[in-house]
Design a protein around this ligand. Structure first.
Ligand code: BG6
Length: 497
């Protein structure tokens, strides 16, 4: 993780496979721009776009420049106004290699570029369609580009989705590990680049206070929500074959679960942290088919609030049964969490954008203030909001001032914006920097990914022949069945927003 006085990362040639795709212009270039602004890139860092289109280096730079200067086109964290002097500095680092990902000649050209550098360091960033992940890796291996024996480091960044189920994730891991070591593989989950996600570890493990009540003696249940207001936008084809579960749960939501539920690592190094995370995700109870159906709810948005329904989106099957909302109940079988349900939900076209973890504490043992209005106080929640209003809040009961004894809910809180000046960031800055410096803490190890898929596989299997996809109107918080999932346990979802 980043220290306060951060030195520039070592020199390297960063090859961006899929250079003309969306990820590069929306997120990777803005992140590289921000890193350059903060003086974190070595003067010998070169960025080489690799793609099949015939484009010159100047043309590549120009396209990126045009994109970044068109207002509101960049993703979150992209510079609002481009500083031309800063851009010019970054543009000087850019180059382009036309090449077919399957053609060995592409890799020879790459080898020649690396041979011309004095450092020999290279990162191959696979921002391509997932079908190319194993193909590119194999060809990099065959061309000897993953061999570090001459001194330079060679690393491969693999984007998501990493597989579509347990078997395909295992197969992908096996193919990658055939041509490189685990320590050369950087599997991205962009949630781990978010400050607020990294802060969960710092809050938990540097404040002694938390550990004393962070267990099944005091915590009743945990809710993890990633609610989005956007629909599937231009990604209908991808999304229709993916769905909310695959898109968000084994990766982003399980990363949040792991941060909340993992045991304290023996050290803050990559091995210790990733070991604990893999362990806790591996402790998620695999449901039987019957229980997988009982403990999951699928929803799909229909037309609502002047927004079209999912089935009317571009490139979506008009009879699609793909879920755009999913709610799950999972149990973690270890001593700390035995008996504490974790409820997870995520959905598109919900009422608000809110990614949060709500930790619900057990109530006071009996109604002490029996005669008060609200005699049964609301449970205490600790809300960790990942986005958009980053921070942490504790719900408490307090006495409303006045002659009568009346209880009211109040909040004890910390909002990032009140304490820290945060420069715009995409979340990829930390991840790219860590890859350049060789810190794998915030990247997923093979066992973590496979444990994640192992935990969601029972739902995927159970849904093949069973269960129902419930409709919910666009702009609302999922189907009623999602509320019933908690209702039957006499609980309710924490209010979003
Ligand atoms: C991506 C999913 O991984 O994460 C998208 O493919 C989703 O469907 C996105 O919208 C959410 O990311 P964030 O950072 O906006 O919460």
């Amino acid at each position: 993780m980043k220290k306060t006085k951060t030195p520039a990362a070592p020199p390297c040639t960063l090859f961006l496979f899929g250079a003309n795709g969306d990820l590069v212009k929306r997120l990777l270039m803005p992140a590289l721009y921000n890193l350059s602004r903060d003086g974190l890139l070595d003067r010998n860092l070169r960025i080489v776009g690799v793609d099949h289109n015939e484009v010159t280096a100047e043309g590549f730079a120009e396209r990126l420049h045009d994109f970044l200067t068109e207002r509101d086109k960049g993703g979150e964290g992209a510079p609002k106004t481009l500083d031309e002097a800063l851009w010019a500095k970054l543009a000087r680092r850019l180059d382009y290699q036309t090449g077919d990902f399957l053609d060995p000649a592409t890799y020879q050209a790459i080898a020649q570029r690396i041979a011309k550098t004095s450092h020999g360091n290279a990162i191959f960033y696979l921002a391509t369609s997932p079908r190319f992940f194993p193909e590119v890796a194999q060809r990099l291996g065959e061309a000897g580009l993953l061999d570090e024996s001459s001194g330079g480091f060679r690393r491969v960044v693999v984007e998501k989705p990493f597989g579509t189920d347990l078997a395909s994730a295992q197969a992908l891991n096996a193919r990658l590990l055939k041509v490189m070591d685990e320590r050369q593989i950087y599997r991205i989950d962009h949630y781990l680049g978010k400050e607020t996600v990294q802060n969960i570890l710092v809050s938990r493990f540097s404040n002694g206070l938390f550990e004393s009540f962070w267990n099944n003696h005091y915590i009743d249940h945990v809710q993890i929500t990633a609610a989005e207001t956007v629909g599937v936008e231009t990604r209908g084809a991808f999304y229709d074959s993916t769905g909310a579960l695959r898109d968000m749960v084994p990766n982003h939501l399980f990363q949040l679960l792991a941060m909340v539920a993992m045991e304290p690592p023996a050290a803050f190094g990559a091995d210790a942290v990733r070991g604990e995370k893999a362990k806790v995700v591996g402790a998620i109870r695999p449901w039987s088919p019957k229980l997988a159906l009982k403990n999951s709810v699928r929803g799909q948005y229909a037309a609502g609030k002047r927004m079209r329904g999912y089935r009317d989106e571009a490139n979506v099957d008009p009879k699609s049964q793909t879920e755009t909302y999913v709610a799950l109940k999972v149990m973690i079988d270890n001593w700390r969490w035995a008996g504490v349900p974790f409820y997870l939900r995520t959905g598109k076209r919900m009422s608000v954008r809110d990614t949060e973890i709500a930790i619900c504490f057990k109530p006071a043992p009996y109604a002490q203030f029996r005669d008060m209005e609200l005699a049964q106080p609301k449970p205490n929640y600790l809300k960790i909001q990942i986005q958009p209003n980053e921070g942490m809040w504790f719900d408490l009961q307090a006495k409303r001032p006045g002659p009568e004894l009346v209880m009211e809910n109040v909040e004890l809180g910390f909002a990032y914006k009140d304490f820290f000046k945060m420069s715009p960031a995409t979340g990829y800055e930390t991840l790219i920097y860590d890859c350049l410096t060789g810190d794998q803490t915030l990247f997923q190890r093979a066992d973590n990914i496979e444990n994640g898929w192992r935990a969601v596989q029972p739902f995927l299997d159970a849904w093949v022949n069973g269960g129902e996809v419930h409709e919910y109107p666009a702009g609302e918080d999922g189907p009623e069945a999602g509320n019933d999932l908690l209702g039957r346990d006499h609980r309710e979802w924490h209010t979003l927003g």
